[in-house]
Design a protein around this ligand. Structure first.
Ligand code: GLV
Ligand code: GLV
Length: 326
């Protein structure tokens, strides 16, 4: 087949990326503002040369098989646990993600959650709107100090280290745990490498920044939560299944920890119903990268990866270089 390459975009993303692709390609965008059903996805990927997909699309072996002409699935996310990378590699389909461009936005949102929980911002806002504010009161909405506390960072990759470094103005002690040490980060952030249990026992605020892989599923469960301080706050902006959500509900209900701020859930878009009734949690709808600037950069990055493949180049953000092996 000669002529233009065909790209399928599974849901509308910021326009500049679509325009960029349209300069040289035939572009079809899912016209409905919802996640495609499996059979729709199977139908749409057929005959396309590239697919730009989202973290809400499950790209399993069946979808990859149906994508009979496809050279690349460009994921519009840094996390790519929604894709069966092993199957893609076997089928010589390139997978790319969007690292770097959303690091600050995600680090920022983790802080927004930390502040919101520690200072009870959401609860207090609701109280004020409900007309309950009758004047300053000595015991109204007491929360937790942030300055001077101990920060525990689980996973010190791009996002975790960015989050940690942002604590600079708050004179915090930084502990971190990762599968490998990062001496540069330790120096730059004055961070101390500890094992997970030590981090959980000593940190006032624990923030999770690991990818979802088999080893990190339920990394934080009942045992881990029971190690945390009674005044501790857990923040998760990574992937929901890293935390055992039922165990978290119990820990929050029983006062084993003080609060939690979540942007991600174990079974999105479902949320453990009891979480919705707890006052000591702040719940966001997976919006860590949701700024105008960041989402545009992510979209352009995904498009650039596709265009690189069409030019016969190795795309800048390939996650499975083995797919290129002869
Ligand atoms: C968002 O969750 C992402 O992985 O980009
Ligand atoms: C993701 O970008 C990470 O490495 O933290």
């Amino acid at each position: 087949m000669e002529g233009k390459k065909h790209v399928f975009v599974t849901r509308m993303i910021p326009e500049p990326a679509i325009e960029l692709l349209k300069k040289t390609c035939e572009v079809e965008v899912n016209g409905e503002d919802r996640v495609l059903k499996k059979d729709e996805l199977l139908d749409k990927v057929k005959g396309k040369d590239a697919v730009l997909c989202l973290l809400t699309d499950t790209i399993d072996d069946e979808v990859l098989k149906a994508a009979d002409r496809c050279k690349i699935f460009a994921n519009y996310a840094v996390g790519y646990n929604n894709i069966d990378v092993e199957s893609a590699t076997r089928r010589k389909i390139i997978i790319t993600n969007t690292p770097g461009v959303l690091t600050d936005a995600t680090g920022d949102l983790a802080w927004a959650l930390l502040f919101a929980v520690a200072r009870r911002v959401v609860e207090a806002d609701a109280f004020t709107r409900q007309g309950k504010f009758k004047g300053w009161a000595p015991q109204l909405f007491l929360g937790q100090d942030i300055t001077g506390k101990t920060l525990g960072v689980i996973g010190a990759g791009r996002i975790g280290s960015n989050f940690a470094k942002k604590s600079k103005g708050f004179s915090m002690r930084i502990l971190y745990y990762d599968v490998k040490r990062d001496l540069e980060f330790e120096q730059e952030a004055k961070a101390v490498f500890v094992d997970l249990d030590t981090l959980l026992k000593e940190a006032d605020f624990v923030s999770i920044h690991v990818p979802l892989v088999p080893e990190t599923r339920h990394l934080i469960g009942a045992r881990e939560l029971s190690l945390m301080k009674k005044n501790a706050i857990l923040i998760n902006t990574s992937r929901g299944p890293v935390v055992d959500e039922k165990a978290l509900v119990n820990a929050l209900k029983e006062g084993k920890i003080w609060g939690a701020g979540l942007d991600v859930y174990e079974n999105e878009p479902d949320i453990e119903p009891e979480l919705l009734n707890l006052a000591n949690v702040v719940l966001l709808p997976h919006i860590a990268s949701a700024t105008y600037e960041t989402r545009t950069k992510m979209a352009l990055m995904a498009a650039e990866n596709i265009l690189a493949v069409f030019r016969g180049e190795t795309p800048p953000n390939i996650v499975n270089p083995d797919a290129l092996k002869k």
